[in-house]
Ligand binder design. Sequence first.
Ligand code: NAD
Length: 318
Amino acid sequence: MPARSARLLLGAPIAAEIRQAVAEDVASYRERVGRAPALAVVIIGRDAPSMVYLRQILKGCEKAGIDGRLVEIGDDASEKAVVEAIAALNADPTVTGIIVQMPLPPAIRLRAVVDAIDPAKDIDGIHPLNAGLLRLGYDGFLPATAHAAVEILRRSGIEIEGRRATVVGRSAVVGMPAAFLLVRENATVTVCHSRTRDLRHHVKDAEILVVAAGHAGLITGDMLRRGVVVVDVGINVVDGNVVGDVDFESARSVASAITPVPGGVGPLTNALLLAHLVRAAQAQEANAAASGGGFGTCRAGSIRGTSARRPAASRGVP
Ligand code: NAD
């Protein structure tokens, strides 16, 4: 009998839907406001490995009618200069959202940069205020990758409520926000990390497994519970190929569904970032209106978890 093969959870079709909604929202924003929402992409040195990712984001902006602006700072810039550049973007009313290339050069402290971003323009959810809102169950801006890891489950019709979910990785930008989002979706969540004693046990227990560790092949099929749903967030380059943290071939015959790498979480991350930008634009528009008028119709920005305003009570979070 041939081995069963897991359903593939593909990011591209979901991302296309989101991009379409973003483009429509951007067009109507332009009509109302007279200019496009703008995303400032701050880079410190052009040699950064993340340049490829940032270029993809700028291309996505162009396609959606968003004004993508590359803000280049020399790689010998001081921390003060970087913070000042971010302050100037905060003060510029034509700048809607700000993202900063990571990792930063060693001379520049992450905390200084993170704190400098206006939370209302922090569309990748790295500012402590947005992290705190997520922790408390309110909607701030979510880190796009963590959002994508959970959104791909929701939009693929995977049941989350009541299921045992294990997240491998506890970083501030991926693992922890993904864990909080899963709790918010009423999963029972375990978080594993580099000091976890028996990773295999916690992985075997999972009905939903989210892996964001940055180690190719960390999770193999023999570690999985039959029928588990696997979301592989990892991006690693092995022998010139991009692979995830999960050994895809051995996992796909045990899992019921799995995100491929590439092609799973990645495409959704970029689309959601643009959706967050639309949400920021609409929130800023509403704040600017002296009457405090409504948001108007927003389809892209209304994706669960992107609203900067909806209180936890409306989602029934205990
Ligand atoms: P990170 O290095 O900040 O965090 C890795 C986490 O994994 C840590 O919390 C660490 O404790 C844990 N970990 C490491 N080794 C482990 C082990 N052997 N067992 C259990 N836990 C272990 O990385 P990050 O920024 O959270 O990124 C994680 C992965 O996600 C990376 O591969 C990164 O490239 C990828 N990523 C993907 C996207 C996307 O859009 N798909 C975006 C950002 C990051």
